[in-house]
Design a protein around this ligand. Structure first.
Ligand SMILES: [Zn+2]
Ligand SMILES: [Zn+2]
Length: 277
């Protein structure tokens, strides 16, 4: 199955300190695969923490952001006609810091803004250093999931994001809630439907201990049935991961009756037909 009509809307670069490759190497890989578009969406600097809390292995420093934007904008021009390069960012949602984030997002001409909940009041949802918290037992796992869904709902409703990244992130290490959190999950779905915010179908989970896409097949079926728009993403942290498993992602969506995925340009959604792929 060809993936040539598709767009990868989630990639990182060396700037975040835990990915490898320059922006251009990601773009070149997208050209090699024949993708229609690729968004460079590196992690936003820690805007919600004091400068001394900056961790160069998690995100670029605030002063690096202009150079990142400039690099991506240059590639946009240089690769025109070969692949559409989108200026994106993966932006953390942090409750209480919405205004600061809004200001950063307004400063640059982003094509697409991915929203992520990695941080829950001092707790990193997906950092390996958080593993001991998950290992404390089912009660703690339940708490983390509940807190996560509540925060995610607020993120969706914040109006700051075009696409929600890795929807069911707390599963990364394989810890699932013991009791279904139906009400909280329903509230997340409702928020998506009311706001029109899209969700990424990301192959990154295939490279993690959990070994499945974000979101899970169960969630994906729910989103598809409800008509929530989907984008494809690899969450590549190395250039060769661009477009990772896209043929399989495409197949899954088609089996669920989904006919199109979205790409973005200047934060406006555009449909890409899966049939052409
Ligand atoms: Zn990352
Ligand atoms: Zn992320």
């Amino acid at each position: 199955m060809r993936v040539s009509a598709l767009a990868d809307l989630h990639t990182h670069t060396f700037r975040c300190g835990h990915a490898v490759g320059t922006e251009e190497e990601y773009v070149r890989q997208a050209v090699r695969l024949g993708l229609k578009a690729v968004a460079i969406t590196d992690h936003i600097p820690f805007y919600w923490l004091p400068p001394e809390a900056h961790d160069p292995t998690l995100a670029m420093a605030p002063e690096e952001l202009p150079a990142y934007v400039e690099a991506v904008l240059q590639l946009k021009g240089r690769y025109r006609g070969r692949v559409e390069v989108l200026l994106g960012i993966e932006a953390d949602y942090v409750e209480g810091h919405e205004h600061t984030l809004a200001q950063i997002l307004q400063t640059y001409p982003f094509d697409v803004v991915l929203g992520s909940v990695h941080w829950l009041a001092g707790f990193w949802v997906d950092a390996p250093t958080s593993l001991p918290e998950y290992q404390k037992g089912p009660e703690r796992v339940q708490q983390i999931w509940a807190r996560y869904w509540q925060t995610l709902e607020k993120a969706i409703r914040s109006g700051l994001f075009d696409v929600m990244a890795h929807l069911d992130l707390p599963k990364k290490f394989g810890f699932l809630p013991a009791e279904p959190l139906t009400e909280l999950e329903d509230a997340v779905l409702q928020a998506l439907l009311e706001t029109g915010v899209a969700v990424e179908l990301s192959s990154a989970g295939r490279r993690k201990p959990v070994g499945e896409d974000y979101p899970s097949p169960r969630w994906l079926a729910r989103l598809a049935t409800a008509g929530v728009p989907v984008v494809l993403s690899s969450d590549a942290h190395a250039p060769h991961e661009v477009g990772f498993a896209f043929a399989l992602l495409q197949q899954q969506l088609q089996q669920l009756g989904v006919r199109e995925v979205l790409t973005f340009r200047q934060r406006q959604p555009l449909a890409l037909s899966l049939a052409e792929g």
